[in-house]
Structures are given as structure tokens and as C-alpha cells.
Design a protein around this ligand. Structure first.
Ligand code: NAP
Ligand code: G4F
Length: 327
């Protein structure tokens, strides 16, 4: 039975990746950072019905000693580094923490692996956010990066360190440059979930409007369930490498609202307002990925359409709020 160590197991991707690896017969161990809210910390794993099937071990990305101890005890065949301060907007408020966790934290994991178990296969959660002020209309593995947020700068450092550990130490270290991916388990602060949650509240009479920032930015949105499959496939390759994972379709926040409100039979123009508080100091206006390499080498294809995913998210938020109302 292969063993996978997942940092960020309590997040959206950690939950779906755990589900996938458990189905494939893995022993799944997740790094858990200490929190006073221990009762709610495994919510996403519980939602998928797998909380009791994974092992959780204490540690923090900012504490190299904890990571060394964890790698020693767990003895993983594969390490997926998904932990991060992942909310772009917060990275201007906490640039140093973002650098420490999202950037240096990734190198701490690489170091722990190199020191204790350098033959473990390593996955780094890189991001399309690194393209920032896009240098080409469609972004692939060869497109130059131009990060536009402290988060993106931290991710770029982690990305190049992953490449460097591969080239310097011969480690099986791969980097997935994943475009935005969402699901009912997406954090409520990200725009897709904020919108689907807003639709559910409005539909159930719990809110009258939804305040957003820039409605004209566009993103290449896929489903997290599809994207964790690409992570797994990267670590099954003989050679480590970097891959873009994307759908090849970009949609504005405005059109996302149109789709989400229509699932509930509502017109977004009647409810969506804009508030400058949600604008960013520097915006990533457009992202559109070309996943040809992942399709060709990994045999990966996205299976869920944007419309299907948004409908799933709206239905899940309607069910959540209806449950609270009835309890
Ligand atoms: P997420 O839901 O925000 O999950 C982040 C995870 O990191 C959580 O489990 C969190 O733990 C953990 N974490 C944060 N700080 C930590 C620390 N100091 N030590 C240990 N764990 C820590 O993120 P996601 O959407 O699943 O994304 C997974 C990864 O992919 C992230 O690295 C993200 O930056 C990257 N990425 C995401 C997307 C996307 O569209 N989702 C696209 C490209 C790249 P708590 O539960 O304790 O907070
Ligand atoms: O949903 P978002 O916060 O995601 P963002 O910034 O694209 O970052 C996500 O995807 C990255 C991959 O490219 C990941 F690396 C990162 O960890 C994260 O998962 O914002 C998407 C867009 C932005 O242009 C933002 O300005 O939506 C726009 N937006 C408009 N109104 C809003 C809002 N975003 C948020 N969060 N909240 C709003 O009210």
C-alpha cells in the first residue's frame, strides 16, 4: 500500500485528493496545523465522508523541525505540498506571512524530503496566478511569468525552488501550474463560492444583494475533483516535470454571476452591486490556460463543465442554508 503525505489536507484540494488516493488504495496521511477550532477543522473531509479514513499528524509549514519529524515517521512514497496562505486578496494584508508559508514553507517541505527521504516523489501546488500581467494571450508551460500579488511572488519562488531541487538533487519533484479550480468545498472568500453562497441566501430570503469587486476580470475555471487527478498523474510519471492544468475557456465574473443566478431562476442584475472594498491593489485581468502538455503526456482531460460545476455549487449552498434554517 503506497503512502501519501498531504500538506493542506484540510483545504479544498487536500480533501478531494485524499478521496482520490483512498479510492486507489493509498494510506493517506495529512499534516494538520494546531488550531483552537479542532472540532470544525476536518469539515471538508467529513463532508466527503473520509475523515475517519485518513491519518492526521501535527505540524506546520513554517516549522522545518516538525516537517522533518513528520517525514521520518510517515515514510511517504509521495508528498503533495498543497498547504499555503492561498487567498490572493489577503496576501497584501499579510505579505510576510504569505512569503513564509506559501514561499519558504514549500522549501521547508522540499528540505525535509531531501534530508530524510529524497526518493519520495514531490508535488508542488504552483498557480496560474504566477502569469499575472499575462505575457501571452494563452498561457502554457513556456509563457514567461509576471506575478502581480505577494501571493504570486511567493508561489513563483516555490515553483522555481521545486525546479531547482529537481535539477540540483535529482529529486522527483513536479510542479502543477493549476488554473482556478472550484467546488462546493471552495473557501467562502473566493469569488465562485461567494457568488453561489450569495445566490442561495438571496433565494432563501436571507439576503437582498451581493457585493462584489471587479466584474470584468476573467478566469479559466475548472472543477477541483478533475484537477487533483492531474496532480496524482504527475507523480505517476517516470520523469518529473511541470504541467499547466486548465480548461481552455475563460469567463468573466459577470458571466459567472449570470450562470449562478439563473440556476436559482434569478436575474443577477437585480441583486449584484459593486463595492470598491473588493478591488485589489493590482489585478490579474485575464487567465486562459493551454493544457495540451497535460493532455498529451498525462492523458488528462477535464470532465466537468463550468455550468455543471456552478449548478453543483448552488445546489450545495441551497442545501446548507436550508439545513441551518430548519435546525
Ligand atoms: P485552501 O483551501 O486555502 O487550503 C489551504 C490549506 O493549507 C489548508 O489545509 C490550510 O490549513 C493549510 N495551511 C495554511 N497554512 C498552513 C501552515 N502554516 N502549515 C500547515 N498548513 C497550512 O487551498 P486550495 O484551494 O485547496 O489549494 C491548494 C493549493 O493549491 C494551495 O497551495 C493553493 O495556493 C494552490 N492553488 C490553488 C488553486 C485553486 O484554484 N484552488 C489554483 C492554483 C494553485 P487550515 O485548514 O488549518 O487553514
Ligand atoms: O476567486 P478569487 O479570489 O481567486 P484568484 O485571485 O484568481 O486566486 C485563486 O486562483 C489562483 C489560481 O489562479 C490560486 F492560485 C489562488 O490560490 C486562488 O485559489 O478571485 C478571482 C477574480 C479576481 O479577479 C477578483 O478580483 O474575481 C475577482 N473578484 C471580483 N469580486 C472577486 C470579488 N474576488 C473575490 N475573492 N471576492 C470578490 O468579491
Amino acid at each position: 500500500m503506497p503512502t501519501a503525505l498531504i500538506t493542506g489536507i484540510t483545504g479544498q484540494d487536500g480533501a478531494y485528493l485524499s478521496q482520490l488516493l483512498l479510492k486507489k488504495g493509498y494510506r493517506v496521511v495529512g499534516l494538520l496545523r494546531r488550531s483552537a477550532s479542532a472540532d470544525v477543522i476536518g469539515e471538508r473531509l467529513r463532508w466527503l465522508g473520509i475523515l475517519d479514513d485518513v491519518e492526521l499528524v501535527d505540524g506546520n509549514l513554517t516549522d522545518l523541525s516538525s516537517l522533518i519529524r513528520v517525514v521520518e515517521t510517515v515514510n511517504p512514497d509521495e508528498i503533495y505540498n498543497l498547504a499555503a496562505q492561498s487567498f490572493v486578496a489577503a496576501s497584501w494584508q499579510q505579505p510576510l506571512l504569505t512569503g513564509n508559508v506559501t514561499g519558504i514553507g514549500a522549501v521547508n517541505v522540499l528540505e525535509a524530503a531531501r534530508i530524510v527521504q529524497s526518493n519520495a516523489r514531490f508535488y508542488q501546488a504552483s498557480s496560474s496566478e504566477m502569469y499575472g500581467l499575462i505575457q501571452e494571450p494563452v498561457q502554457n508551460e513556456k509563457t514567461p511569468f509576471y506575478p502581480r500579488s505577494p501571493y504570486a511572488v511567493a508561489k513563483l519562488y516555490a515553483h522555481w525552488m521545486t525546479v531547482n531541487y529537481r535539477e540540483s538533487f535529482g529529486m522527483h519533484a513536479s510542479s502543477g501550474i493549476l488554473f482556478n479550480h472550484e467546488s462546493p468545498l471552495r473557501g467562502i472568500e473566493f469569488v465562485t463560492r461567494k457568488v453561489t453562497d450569495g445566490v442561495a441566501r438571496i433565494k432563501l430570503g436571507l439576503a437582498n444583494e451581493l457585493a462584489l469587486g471587479n466584474l470584468d476580470a476573467t478566469r479559466d475555471w475548472g472543477h477541483a475533483r478533475d484537477y487533483v487527478r492531474a496532480m496524482y498523474l504527475m507523480l505517476q510519471q517516470e520523469k518529473p516535470d511541470d504541467y499547466v492544468v486548465a480548461t481552455g475557456r475563460t469567463t468573466s465574473i459577470r458571466d459567472l454571476c449570470r450562470i449562478a443566478f439563473s440556476v436559482a431562476g434569478l436575474n443577477y442584475e437585480d441583486y449584484v452591486v459593486t463595492n470598491p472594498a473588493f478591488l485589489r491593489p493590482a489585478e490579474v485581468e485575464v487567465l486562459l490556460g493551454d493544457a495540451t502538455k497535460a493532455k498529451t503526456i498525462l492523458g488528462w482531460e477535464p470532465e466537468t463543465t463550468l455550468e455543471g460545476m456552478i449548478a453543483e455549487m448552488v445546489e450545495a449552498d441551497l442545501a446548507r442554508h436550508s439545513r441551518y434554517q430548519n435546525s
